[in-house]
Ligand binder design. Structure first.
Ligand code: UDP
Length: 330
């Protein structure tokens, strides 16, 4: 399949490009490099440098190429920022996505794979979280993703768009060859911050809350390897042939892992201590979030290759060791 990967220079998009190549597909990247990294690109893969909000650019690209599928990873994803700057989030995550979908429909491209989030569920009423839970996001980031999910349903019904939506839990890890990995600016995620604290390149980790109703008092999350996420997306291609197909999958390993367990895994793999202090809870952090991914396993034949936190953290550790400044010059 010829696949347009929107946001193909970002964290998950760049890993997906590699997995597409490994599976024999032909990825083409569209990225505006606001958050994407040129060094995360695969040189043999064709690049269009443009924004998905630029209808004229999209028109030129879709005229020049005949894509079978569009995969969309180009969202802004900072929950806190979405609360203080919702205009930016609705503009990019919703309005620009609409421009992308409009270009697809105009050019007769009707297969779409969308990167969504478990944040569309808000504070879930049960664990593990399957696809049938009510969706009630508690911040604009989650709301923008849910808005796109709802747009897709209407487009499937009205225009015969076929789509697969993947709601990720905590994407983590790096490519096994250590050439690409997680590099956000600013970085807010637990695993990179804890690794940097161990390496001495960041201040001691703040553990947000130790009074949650969890076995060790710290938050539990479901960390899932970025290559496993990518493989699930690609496995959905075969299911999109019938016009109007609507697929929704929650993706995680299904194992709740606490902040202290993540720290322990990093200490085991690195042989270093993670300097850390307990700090107050971070606003909006639910005590536990973990997935029931049995639907993806059943329908897509997907099973995560990286099943343990140790195996996920090991790839992240090797990435940060080999790229102490991320994609910036070493
Ligand atoms: N966390 C923490 N210290 C940090 C960053 C994160 O204790 O410096 C905790 C956070 O409260 C959450 C978990 O680590 O329970 C994962 O947070 P992250 O920001 O990586 O992902 P999120 O679950 O918010 O998407």
């Amino acid at each position: 399949m010829k696949v347009l990967v929107v946001g193909g220079a970002g964290y998950i998009g760049s890993h997906c490009v590699r997995q597409l190549l490994a599976a024999g597909h032909e990825p083409v990247v569209l990225d505006n490099f606001i958050y994407g990294h040129r060094a995360a690109l695969t040189p043999s893969v064709k690049l269009y440098e443009a924004s998905m909000a630029d209808a004229a650019a999209l028109d030129r690209i879709f005229t020049a190429e005949r894509f079978d599928v569009v995969m969309h990873f180009a969202a802004y994803c900072y929950v806190g920022e979405s609360v203080t700057a919702p205009l930016k989030y609705y503009q990019n995550n919703v309005a620009a996505t609409l421009t992308l979908l409009e270009a697809m429909l105009k050019h007769g491209v009707k297969k779409f794979v969308f990167s969504s989030t478990c944040a569309t569920f808000g504070i879930p009423e049960k664990m593990p979280m399957d696809e049938n839970l009510p969706q009630a996001p508690i911040n604009p980031y989650g709301q923008t993703k849910l808005d796109v999910e709802n747009m897709l349903k209407a487009f499937a019904h009205a225009y015969g768009l076929s789509f697969a939506v993947f709601r990720y839990f905590n994407a983590a890890g790096a490519s096994e060859d250590t050439t690409i990995g997680e590099a956000h600016d600013p970085e807010t995620h637990l695993i990179p911050l804890a690794i940097w604290a161990a390496m001495g390149t960041a201040k001691p980790l703040q553990i947000f809350g130790n009074d949650f109703p969890t076995p060790d008092g710290t938050c539990q999350r479901d960390y899932v390897h970025v290559d496993d996420l990518s493989r699930a997306h690609i496995a959905a291609f075969d299911k999109l042939s019938t016009p109007g197909t609507q697929l929704f999958y929650n993706l995680g390993t299904g194992s709740p892992t606490s902040v202290l367990e993540v720290i322990k895994a990093i200490e085991k793999i690195s042989g270093l201590k993670v300097p850390a202090n307990f700090a107050p809870r971070r606003a909006g952090d639910p005590p536990a979030l973990y997935a029931d991914s049995s639907k993806a396993q059943r329908e897509l034949g997907w099973t995560p290759k990286f099943k343990t936190i140790d195996s996920i953290v090991a790839t992240a550790w090797r990435w940060h060791q080999s790229h102490p400044k991320g994609y910036a010059a070493k």
